[in-house]
Design a protein around this ligand. Structure first.
Ligand code: FAD
Ligand code: NAG
Ligand code: NAG
Ligand code: NAG
Ligand code: NAG
Ligand code: NAG
Length: 582
C-alpha cells in the first residue's frame, strides 16, 4: 500500500524521465494501476494481439473510422494519417446527419454527438484533421454469445475499456467511450415466439435478440396476433438500453414499463460466462437487469418478454399555437390539463405532449384497446377547459384496427444528434398540490427551449415497486419531463447547452421535487446525486449485485451503478478512484 502511494507521488517525475529519454510518454505500468490502458501505453494490445482477437471473432473486428472522416482531408488513425475527404459524400452525410439511420449503420457513432468530443465534426473545415476522440477504437460486430465472450476476455486480459453498443441512441453517451473496445450487438436480430411457463407467468412470450429494434419487435408480434411493450422511436433497441433502463412507450399505461415485461435474460457476465437469469436462476441479476440501468451488469444476448393479444388502438392530437397574445392563456390551459391528466392515464392512455415557444401540443395521446369515441370522451374535459378559456386549438383523433397500424400512424421521423438533454420525473402529488409552481417551472423551460413530457400510469406494471430494479419513484409519477437545448455544430463551444440544463432548467423542476427521480435513459449525464435520482431506494441493492457480478468494473456506464468508483480523465483514460484509505 505504502509502496503504491510512494509510486503515485513519484509518477509525474517518472513520466518526465521517460519523456526525456524516449521523446514519447511511455509510462511505467504500475503508475497506471487501476486505470484502463490507452493507445501508447506499453500494455495497450499490439497489432498482433488485435489480429489474434479478430481471428477469434470470425474476422468481424472493425477498426473505427469515425463517420465524419469523409468531411476531413485526413483521419489521424493510430497507424498513421489516412486520406479520407470526399466532398460529395460529405454533403450527403451532412444532409442525413440528424437521422438515426446514419448512425445505426455505424459501429462507433454516438447519436448524442457531444460524447464524441467534437473530434470529427462534419461541419468543420476539411483542413482540420479528424481524430478518434471518444469513439471506440475497435468494435466487434458480434453475432452471438461467443463473440461477446471473446470481447470480454480480451478487454480483461489487456485491462482496456469495454463499451457495449447496440443502436447508439443513448442520450448519456453510454454507448461510446474513449480508447475502448466496443461490442456491437446490432446484427443480433433473432426473434422467436415461445410459450413461457414460470412461477409468475404462463402464456405467450417473445424471445428477442440484443440487436432487434422496437419496430421490428412490434412487426414480429403483429404477425402472431400479439403486441409487446417497446418505445416510441422505431429504431430504439428493445433488449438493450431501453429495457435495462426502464423503458416507456405507447403501451406503458396499459401494461407497464418495458422492464416489467421481462421473463428471462441471456447474458454474458464480466466473468465471461453465458448465464440465464430468470425468477429461479440468478434471480438477483434478473432483478437488476430489469431497470437497474444499461451497460452495467453484463452484455445481454437476448431477453424473453410477455406478449399480449393484439387489439385496435386510438390516437388523438391537439395543437394550440402561441400567437404572441395568448401565452398566458396557454399556460392556464396547461394547468387545467395537469389536473385532468391523472384521469387520462388511469384510463390506459399514454400521452406525449410538448410545450415550446410555438405553443402547446398533444402529439399524440395513444390509447390501446380503446375506441376513438372512448378516447374523445376521455379528452373532452381538456378541450372543454380550453373552450372556456376561449383558446383556439385544433383537435383530431382516429382509430386503427391493430396496435401496429396505430403505431405506424405516428411520426416515423425522429431527429437525433441535435440536442443536449435532461429530464425529471414529476410525481402525481406535485401536479395535484403544487400545480401553479409546476406550471411556472414548465413555462420557465418551455418558453425558451424544448420541453416534452410523456404521461403514464405504470403503477400496475408490477405487483410491488420492488419487484424489479426500476426506480420506485416511477410508480407514483404522472409524467416524465424530457428537455433539450439545441447543439450548434458550426459554433461548437464545448458547452453544448449542458450547463443550462444542469444549472438552470433541471433545478427549476428539482426545487419542486425534492428527493425526486429521473429516468436514467432520458436524463442529464451530469445529474448530481445520480445514485438516488436515477435508482432511488434500489441503489444499495443494485451496487451489491454489481459488485457480485462485476467486481473488477469491466462494465462502466456513465451515471451507472458503481460508476462513482471511476473517473474519465480529460485525455479519456478511465481510472479507478482510489479511496483515501488505500
Ligand atoms: C430518438 C429517441 C427516442 C427515444 N424514445 C424513447 C421512448 O419512447 N421510450 C424510452 O423509454 N426511451 C426512449 N429513448 C431512450 C432510449 O431508451 C435510450 O436511448 C436507450 O439507452 C437506447 O438503447 P439502445 O440499446 O437502442 O441504444 P445504445 O445507445 O446502443 O445503448 C444504450 C445503452 O445500453 C447499453 N446496451 C446496449 N445493448 C446492450 C446489451 N445487449 N447488453 C447490455 N447493455 C447494453 C449500452 O452500453 C448503453 O449504455 C429514446 C431515445 C432516442 C434517441
Ligand atoms: C479482421 O479480419 C478481416 C478478415 O480477414 C479483415 O477484413 C478485417 O480488416 C480485420 N479487422 C481488423 C481490425 O484488422
Ligand atoms: C476531448 O477534447 C478536449 C478539448 O479539445 C481534449 O483536451 C481532450 O484530449 C479530448 N479527449 C479525447 C479523449 O479525445
Ligand atoms: C391569438 O389567439 C387568441 C386565442 O387563441 C385569440 O383570442 C386572439 O385573437 C389571437 N390573436 C391573434 C393576433 O391572432
Ligand atoms: C430534422 O433535421 C433536418 C435536417 O436534416 C431539418 O431539416 C428538420 O427541420 C429537422 N426536424 C426537426 C423536427 O427538428
Ligand atoms: C450557429 O452559430 C453560428 C455562428 O455563431 C450562427 O451564425 C448560426 O445561426 C447558429 N446556428 C443555429 C442553428 O443556431
Amino acid at each position: 500500500m505504502l509502496f503504491h502511494k510512494a509510486l503515485r507521488l513519484l509518477s509525474p517525475i517518472l513520466l518526465l524521465l521517460n519523456e526525456s529519454v524516449h521523446g514519447k510518454v511511455i509510462p511505467p505500468r504500475d503508475s497506471y494501476d487501476g486505470c484502463r490502458a490507452i493507445p501508447g501505453d506499453y500494455s495497450w494490445p499490439s497489432l498482433a494481439d488485435w489480429n489474434a482477437l479478430n481471428k477469434t471473432v470470425g474476422g468481424r473486428l472493425i477498426a473505427t473510422i469515425p463517420i465524419g472522416a469523409l468531411c476531413h482531408r485526413t483521419y489521424s488513425s493510430q497507424t498513421g494519417d489516412i486520406a479520407s475527404y470526399d466532398k460529395q459524400k460529405c454533403q450527403e452525410l451532412r444532409d442525413s446527419w440528424f437521422l438515426p439511420e446514419t448512425h445505426l449503420a455505424s459501429s462507433s457513432s454516438p447519436m448524442a454527438y457531444a460524447f464524441s468530443n467534437n473530434s470529427c465534426n462534419p461541419w468543420l473545415d476539411p483542413a482540420v484533421s479528424c481524430t478518434i476522440g471518444r469513439h471506440v477504437v475497435y468494435a466487434i460486430n458480434a453475432l452471438g454469445p461467443s463473440d461477446i465472450q471473446q470481447g470480454v476476455k480480451f478487454a480483461k486480459a489487456h485491462k482496456i475499456r469495454l463499451v457495449i453498443r447496440n443502436t447508439g441512441h443513448d442520450y448519456l453517451g453510454r454507448s461510446t467511450g474513449a480508447h475502448a473496445l466496443g461490442v456491437w450487438t446490432h446484427n443480433m436480430k433473432s426473434m422467436e415466439l415461445t410459450k413461457y411457463q414460470s412461477r409468475d407467468y404462463s402464456g405467450p412470450a417473445v424471445k428477442i435478440g440484443a440487436g432487434v429494434h422496437g419496430v421490428d419487435a412490434y412487426t414480429f408480434a403483429n404477425s402472431k396476433g400479439l403486441v409487446v411493450v417497446g418505445g416510441n422511436c422505431p429504431s430504439v433497441g428493445i433488449a438493450g438500453g431501453y429495457t435495462q433502463g426502464g423503458g416507456h412507450g405507447p403501451l406503458a399505461s396499459k401494461y407497464g414499463l418495458g422492464a416489467d415485461q421481462v421473463l428471462e435474460w441471456e447474458v454474458v457476465t464480466a466473468g465471461g460466462q453465458l448465464l440465464t437469469a430468470n425468477c429461479n436462476q440468478n434471480s438477483d441479476l434478473f432483478w437488476a437487469l430489469r431497470g437497474g440501468g444499461p451497460g452495467t451488469f453484463g452484455v445481454v444476448v437476448s431477453m424473453t418478454v410477455k406478449a399480449y393479444p393484439d387489439s385496435y388502438a386510438s390516437t388523438a392530437y391537439f395543437s394550440v399555437l402561441d400567437n404572441g397574445t395568448n401565452t398566458d392563456t396557454i399556460y392556464k390551459a396547461i394547468g387545467s390539463f395537469l389536473t385532468l391528466l391523472p384521469n387520462i392515464v388511469d384510463a390506459g392512455v399514454y400521452a406525449l405532449w410538448v410545450v415550446n415557444p410555438a405553443g402547446f401540443f398533444l402529439m399524440p395521446a395513444f390509447a390501446p384497446t380503446l375506441r376513438k369515441g372512448e378516447l374523445d370522451k376521455i379528452l373532452k374535459p381538456t378541450l372543454d377547459a380550453m373552450d372556456s378559456l376561449k383558446l383556439g386549438y385544433q383537435y383530431s383523433s382516429s382509430e386503427n384496427p391493430t396496435f401496429l397500424s396505430a403505431y405506424k400512424s405516428l411520426t416515423s421521423s425522429w431527429n437525433v444528434s441535435d440536442y443536449s438533454t435532461g429530464g425529471r420525473l414529476i410525481p402525481r402529488d406535485v401536479a395535484k398540490n403544487n400545480k401553479d409552481a409546476l406550471v411556472k417551472a414548465i413555462r420557465h423551460i418551455g418558453s425558451k427551449t424544448l420541453f416534452s413530457a410523456v404521461s403514464f400510469n405504470v403503477k400496475n406494471g408490477v405487483s410491488s415497486p420492488d419487484e424489479n430494479a426500476v426506480n420506485p419513484y416511477f410508480r407514483s409519477s404522472l409524467f416524465n419531463v424530457f428537455m433539450g437545448v439545441p447543439l450548434n455544430y458550426t459554433d461548437y463551444n464545448g458547452q453544448t447547452g449542458e450547463n443550462e440544463i444542469t444549472n438552470d432548467y433541471l433545478p427549476a423542476l428539482a426545487a419542486l421535487t425534492p428527493n425526486g427521480g429521473a429516468y436514467p435513459n432520458e436524463a442529464d449525464v451530469n445529474q448530481p446525486d445520480f445514485q438516488s435520482v436515477f435508482y432511488g431506494t434500489h441503489y444499495k441493492k443494485l451496487l451489491t449485485i454489481k459488485n457480485k457480478y462485476d467486481p473488477q468494473g469491466v462494465f462502466y456506464a456513465k451515471a451507472g451503478v458503481g460508476s462513482e468508483a471511476w473517473k474519465e480523465q480529460v485525455d479519456g483514460r478511465l481510472c479507478q478512484i482510489k479511496s483515501a484509505a488505500s
